[in-house]
Design a protein around this ligand. Structure first.
Ligand code: UD1
Ligand code: CA
Length: 460
């Protein structure tokens, strides 16, 4: 079969009350439209056409990098029938799959089954339906006494009698022979909404004696998103799907309702994810890791046996085996932490590499630094990497001991095994094996406190 896909995504999404085109609203870190695009990929269509209109440029830009997508623009948003007609000229092959772009829960498995049924039964037109009394705003499928599909009526146009009688709802996913697209021209403008309804093609086709059929599919998969509340509902479904998948693969979740794992994330076996955790973007977490509560990890690669303690934020970084990060640590983009390293509380790292077994346990800022292995960074160490105009590097070679409250005024280089005495302001390079000390000599003035008190008393 030669299949083309059309995704209808031009609508305003009025009910979202948003500046953003509806199909770009995100669920678990990806736009709704992306889910639909991903669900059709395994069907290997010859072409996938996205009908855009409202925010067309923005939609196109966001989907940039998706292979095999083409875009057409629906000039005026005159309804779903008009939207499909806009794509007609671009279609090839003998079968067309049409989906609404606001229906992110549809799975490739359901679409494959649908395709098989459609072709096995040699239908001219097929579509997916579901029954769920709790849902409103969907088209209702009309059937004759004998059960033959005769049309679809939108919920808002259906009278009480039709609502009582017809409980089967339209999922907005259609398969049709390319030949029946000619009926699009015969769809009439709806009197009350002024739109051309794609759903009206069902009546036209069945009146011609062509074969139209609706197939029931799981209600969960064809939920459309028209409002923010529905976006939340589908996000919850996606979240549960993602977490079940990782549980099946050996990951423990302490409170799955409060963990948000983007679909693009991967997690290794025997890793434990605590409550209120956000694993986002292209994050990969290895085996036997623990992510404690309140952490957000974005686009980061974490090896095995790593412990991320509470309330830690990590972005675009890498962490080696058995390292420990946090609590309250912040790794900004470009942090590369080696094996068995330790980054403790209130430590901020930016665009720096920290070697194997090195430690920065408390209250430090390390920016644009290259730090070797087995380096000890004392509490309160700061790299002064910025002079108001440019950024400079600090290089600290392996085995260096940095005493507490040291400032490295970059650019500066500390040689192997050097020792920096506490409280130093390091402005010059330190040769390997040397002690750097920069402080004024301490004086102790004996009896000073008592003398001062006496002076104050005399003045009173
Ligand atoms: C539509 C169906 C309804 C079905 C429901 C399933 C029609 C008339 N109704 O209703 O039977 O139960 O989907 O979710 O088709 N769009 C365009 N151009 C337009 C109008 C819409 O591209 O001019 C796109 C929208 O971006 C959206 C999709 O078509 O992705 C569906 O439009 P929407 O307005 O959400 O239709 P529903 O009222 O949900
Ligand atoms: Ca909709």
């Amino acid at each position: 079969m030669n299949l083309s896909v059309v995704i209808l995504a031009a609508g305003k999404g009025k009910r979202m009350k948003s500046r953003l085109p509806k199909v770009l609203h995100e669920a678990l870190g990806r736009p709704m439209l992306q889910y639909v695009v991903d669900a059709v990929k395994p069907l290997k269509p010859q072409k996938t056409i996205v009908v855009t209109g409202n925010g067309a440029e923005e939609v196109k830009k966001r989907m940039d990098g998706e292979d095999g997508l083409s875009f057409v623009i629906q000039k005026e948003l005159l309804g779903t029938g008009d939207a499909l007609a806009t794509a007609k000229g671009e279609l090839s092959g003998n079968t067309v799959l049409v989906l609404n772009g606001d229906c992110p829960l549809i799975t490739a498995k359901t679409l494959k089954r649908f395709l098989n049924k459609h072709s096995r039964n040699k239908n001219d037109l097929s579509f997916l339906s579901f029954v769920d009394d709790s849902m409103s705003g969907y088209g209702r499928i009309l059937r004759s006494e004998s059960g033959k599909v005769t049309g679809i009526i939108e919920d808002k146009h259906a009278g009480p009698e039709e609502k009582r009688k017809f409980k089967e709802l339209n999922g907005g996913i259609y398969l049709m022979k390319t030949g029946i697209l000619k009926y699009l021209d015969r769809i009439k403008k709806n009197g009350s909404s002024g739109e051309y309804y794609l759903t009206d093609i069902v009546e036209l086709v069945s009146k011609e004696g062509l074969k139209a059929e609706a197939y029931n599919c799981p209600a969960e998969e064809i939920r459309g998103v028209n409002t923010r509340a529905e976006l939340l509902e589908i996000s919850d479904v996606l979240k549960r799907r993602v977490i079940s998948k990782w549980m099946d693969r050996g990951v423990t979740f302490i409170a799955p309702d409060t963990s948000y794992i983007h679909t693009s994330v991967s997690i290794g076996r025997d890793t434990i994810i605590y409550p209120n955790t956000y694993l986002e973007g292209n994050t990969r977490i290895g085996n036997n890791c623990i992510v404690y509560p309140g952490s957000r990890i974005y686009d980061t690669i974490i090896a095995n046996g790593v412990i991320i303690k509470d309330n830690t934020v990590i972005e675009k970084s890498r962490i080696g085996n058995e390292s420990e990060i946090g609590p309250f640590a912040r790794l900004r983009p470009g942090s590369v932490i080696g094996r068995k390293a330790k980054i403790g509380n209130f430590v901020e790292i930016k665009k720096s590499s920290i070697g194997n077994g090195s430690k920065a346990s408390h209250l430090s800022y390390l920016g644009d630094a290259v730090i070797g292995s087995k380096v000890n960074i004392g509490a309160g160490t700061i790299t002064c990497n910025y002079d108001g105009k440019n950024k400079f590097r600090t290089i600290i070679e392996s085995g260096v001991f940095v005493g507490s409250d040291t400032q490295f005024v970059a650019p500066v280089k500390i040689g192997r095994d050097a020792f920096i005495a506490a409280g130093a302001t390091v402005t010059k390079n330190v040769p390997a094996g040397s002690l750097a000390i920069s402080r004024t000599k301490q004086q102790n003035l004996k009896g000073w406190v008592r003398r001062k008190q006496l002076k104050v008393k005399r003045q009173e």
